[in-house]
Design a protein around this ligand. Structure first.
Ligand SMILES: Nc1ncnc2c1ncn2[C@@H]1O[C@H](COP(=O)(O)OP(=O)(O)OP(=O)(O)O)[C@@H](O)[C@H]1O
Ligand SMILES: [Mg+2]
Length: 327
């Protein structure tokens, strides 16, 4: 496994109380594989990613348990300077909002080139040539001319490509893309997603793709991990999840996707609201919203059960995964 997160726990100590943002997340991704991490706003997707990258706000954040193994090493045991060396070179992150992640007063060429100057000790001139090459790679037209432009001179989709180019620059083994296309319109979204998928194949990177949109991951992800209230509630190969979800929350998410063949039909929306992370419900955190909930769900936290009877590896944190799968 390239990256393996084991039972990770993160909390934020705020004036109002302790926010339990991540409550025992485990997931893994192999080289060349794409894991989609899915879940409603506030489910802990980004906080988990920030812990992996080593860019968590600490304080108020605190990692209170778990391990993050990257290429076999526990990242939580490394010194800060060792982690810094990994960032960019071995693991990189792509954020939703390219405009606020890129430096507005530097040309994109200088920003891309900087990676090679700092990490590879290249001359400015060689770094500039590398920048053009990367811009070509992510299919920014007229790269030679545009390398001299500033981030605000690019469209949203093109800026996102520049972010991807920055992340790719040093050919890291792992890229975490946190809602990389959410701010873009649908056509551009698809283009950027295709580009990511293609680059991931070509470079054989591991890709963790965070999204709250189940619709965008079908074509690009190998596996899906669904998060709820800071836990993984279901994980499975992408096609299995679409065919038959083994957790009622996943089922609700799937039924909320607009489908052309169901035009006119009302969208099923999961009733209720995500829990307050300062006061997560007892038992299964999803039980107040769950159509299958029974007494057991109100008292006992479901472990991540292995879903048996399928020929792929699947897990569900639902006491009644059988009923869900077959219902
Ligand atoms: N710096 C912080 N201080 C306090 N609480 C925080 C901090 N960062 C995140 N949180 C809390 O941690 C929880 C999980 O946040 P996270 O950003 O991981 O959600 P998410 O799943 O990425 O949601 P979204 O889809 O909105 O991006 C949220 O309740 C959030 O308010
Ligand atoms: Mg987020």
């Amino acid at each position: 496994m390239l990256l393996e997160v084991r039972d990770l726990q993160v909390e934020f100590r705020t004036r109002d109380g302790v926010v339990k943002a991540v409550n025992g997340v485990s997931y893994g991704v192999d080289a060349g594989e794409t894991l989609a991490v899915l879940g409603e706003s506030g489910s802990g997707k980004s906080v988990t990613a920030q812990a992996v990258m080593g860019i968590l706000d600490m304080p108020p954040g605190r990692i209170t348990g778990g391990e993050i193994l990257f290429q076999g090493r526990d990242l939580l045991k490394l010194r800060e300077d060792e982690r810094r060396r990994l960032r960019g070179a071995e693991m990189a992150m792509i954020f939703q909002d390219a405009l606020s992640s890129l430096n507005p007063v530097l040309t994109v060429g200088d920003q891309l080139g900087e990676m090679f100057v700092v990490h590879r000790g290249m001359s400015r001139k060689d770094a500039r040539a590398k920048a053009v090459e990367l811009m070509d790679r992510v299919r920014i037209p007229a790269a030679k001319e545009r390398v001299k432009q500033y981030p605000h001179q690019f469209s949203g989709g093109m800026r996102q490509r520049i972010m991807i180019a920055m992340a790719l620059a040093l050919e890291p083994a792992l890229i975490i893309a946190d809602e990389p296309t959410t701010a873009l319109d649908v056509t551009v979204q698809a283009q950027v997603m295709d580009l990511l998928a293609e680059l991931r194949r070509e470079y054989r990177m591991g890709l963790v793709l965070i999204t709250h949109d189940l619709g965008v991951v079908a074509d690009v992800a190998d596996r899906i991990a669904v998060m709820y209230a800071g836990r993984i509630v279901e994980s499975a190969p992408v096609h299995d999840i679409y065919k038959a979800p083994a957790h009622p929350y996943t089922k609700g998410l799937l039924e909320s996707i607009p489908r052309l063949d169901h035009k006119g039909r009302e969208l099923y929306a999961i009733k209720g609201l995500p829990p307050n992370l300062m006061n997560i419900p007892r038992g299964c955190a999803f039980h107040p919203r769950c159509p299958l909930a029974q007494d057991l769900c109100r008292t006992d936290v479901p472990p991540l059960y292995e879903v048996t009877g399928t020929d792929t590896t699947r897990h569900s944190a639902c006491h009644f995964w059988r009923e869900c799968l077959h219902g």
